[in-house]
Write a protein that binds this ligand. Structure first.
Ligand code: HEC
Length: 100
């Protein structure tokens, strides 16, 4: 019984570590794929793109943001197949650092 509990704790810890988003990696991905429209530091270049520097659209939970980024929205192309979900999580973690 005790050994089972320990295995569960170890498994939970390992998966939590794997899922932790990395905003440093997210910044690199953002600058490569997103900054062309959303701008350096989240100051948009494209007038219709939300300003992440002002925290626009960021009140949504990560799951909804991931869906928009994977499937695209109006002018924005979808990134499904180009970025892994974990990479998108990293970008979102970075976006959440831009508004202060
Ligand atoms: C071709 C320009 C373009 C690129 C490249 C682009 N976006 Fe966008 N993005 C937009 C525009 C325009 C909107 C506003 C869409 C709308 O609601 O009409 C938007 C909206 C968003 C939103 C808000 C979605 C919502 O549900 O409200 C997020 C988050 C976002 N972009 C993240 C990203 C990320 C992350 C990347 C890079 C992986 C990226 N975008 C690349 C143009 C772009």
């Amino acid at each position: 019984m005790k050994r089972t509990m320990l295995a569960v704790i170890v498994t939970l810890f390992a998966s939590a570590t794997a899922l932790a988003a990395d905003p440093i990696n997210g910044k690199q991905i953002y600058e490569m794929h997103c900054a062309v429209c959303h701008g350096v530091g989240g100051h948009p270049v494209l007038p219709s793109a939300p300003s992440f520097a002002k925290g626009e659209r960021m009140m949504q939970p990560d799951t909804m943001l991931i869906e928009s980024i994977e499937n695209g929205k109006n002018v924005m192309p979808g990134f499904l197949g180009l970025l892994r979900t974990q990479e998108i999580r990293d970008v979102i973690a970075y976006l959440r650092t831009l508004h202060r």
